[in-house]
Design a protein around this ligand. Structure first.
Ligand code: UD2
Length: 312
């Protein structure tokens, strides 16, 4: 029997490590490439199916050798510098990771005729920018406003184009506000729910930028993994881009209220002015992914509940 192999770049990160917990149920080998700049080796489940490499995807010699020798069937391109602020501070460096390294992977697959079954690239709702028209459909106006968003959008186009021009099987996702276990609260630009979780469990003060009326489509990581697996196995999901969210929005104020109820304690909040460049509201139209059978299993209440339990 042929071994089925998946490669996950950024596999020790938040979304990657949650994905791998599912992949070990069906794959024979999961190859993880992660430089541990944000991810943690301890995020990975303990399984002899996992082959871990602490490497940057910008190590081209390494990546080429890995792809050619391992010949993965499925590739999840999740590695990125996920911080928009980092991309504004050092655009050339983040461009190398967020775009060029992914293009190198595509090019290596093409020029070596590697038998990859499907490639999925993780993009971001950031590509929509601050245009106020909501909810965002995949066909809505694209207005990338930061190096991060520009790289995500350009790489989406490369990934789709490598499908159309060279026949690679590819698909892209645009993540909205993903939250859940293993999200790293390290940076002030980490996902707000990881920062709130950290604050409430450690009894720290949470700094709220704005008045709390800003809204987001918060999607629990379990639903994100459902979406990724669905898109990988669905042949019609091809050379195309899909929003990944829930289709429902919640204000930051209401999220905090819900979290306080679950945790059974108050979050200590200090208010500051809205952050430069932050958008007020974000919302996803989920028609396209729903038409493939996607149905989120977690509302904000149940998602936060699982998240809180995971911190215990
Ligand atoms: C998310 C992405 C960003 C980009 C964007 C696209 C994250 C971390 N950021 O930004 O990369 O893709 O979506 O729309 O996924 N907030 C606080 N206190 C804090 C941190 C955040 O009040 O300590 C506020 C923040 O000002 C914002 C809201 O919480 O109004 C959500 O912040 P976020 O960084 O989690 O997510 P977002 O949607 O601004």
């Amino acid at each position: 029997k042929n071994m089925t192999k998946a490669l996950v770049t950024g596999g020790a990160g938040f979304i990657g490590s949650n994905l791998i917990e599912e992949l070990i149920k069906t794959m024979d080998e999961i190859i993880v490439v992660d430089d541990l700049s944000m991810g943690l080796k301890s995020n990975l489940p303990d399984s002899d199916k996992i082959t871990f490499y602490q490497e940057s995807i910008t190590n081209y010699d390494f990546m080429k050798e890995l792809l050619v020798s391992k010949k993965p069937d499925y590739i999840y391109l999740l590695a990125a510098v996920a911080s928009v602020a980092d991309s504004v501070a050092r655009p050339l460096e983040t461009h190398e990771i967020n775009q060029n390294a992914n293009l190198f992977i595509l090019e290596t697959i093409r020029t070596n005729n590697l038998p990859v079954k499907k490639i999925l690239f993780a993009s971001s709702a950031a590509v929509y920018g601050d245009d106020p028209e909501l909810p965002k459909q995949e066909s809505s106006q694209i207005k990338p406003l930061t190096p991060y968003a520009i790289d995500k959008f350009a790489t989406e186009r490369f990934v789709v184009d490598y499908g159309q021009l060279y026949g690679l099987n590819t698909v892209c996702v645009r993540f909205f506000n993903v939250y859940g276990p293993k999200q790293n609260p390290k940076s002030p630009y980490s996902g707000v729910l990881s920062i709130i979780s950290d604050a409430i469990s450690q009894n720290k003060t949470f700094t709220l930028f704005g008045d709390g009326s800003q809204t987001r489509d918060f999607v629990f990581v379990g639903d994100v993994i459902q979406a990724l697996l669905l898109l990988m196995r669905t042949p019609e999901a091809m050379h195309d881009v899909y929003n990944v969210a829930t289709g429902k929005t919640t204000s930051l104020k209401d999220v905090i209220k819900a979290y306080e109820n679950i945790a059974g304690k108050k979050l200590n909040v200090e208010y500051k002015d809205a952050r430069d460049g932050d958008i007020k509201d974000s919302a996803a139209d989920m028609t396209k992914l729903s038409n493939l059978g996607y149905k989120p299993q977690y509302d904000i209440q149940s998602g936060l509940n699982v998240y809180w339990q995971s911190l215990a």
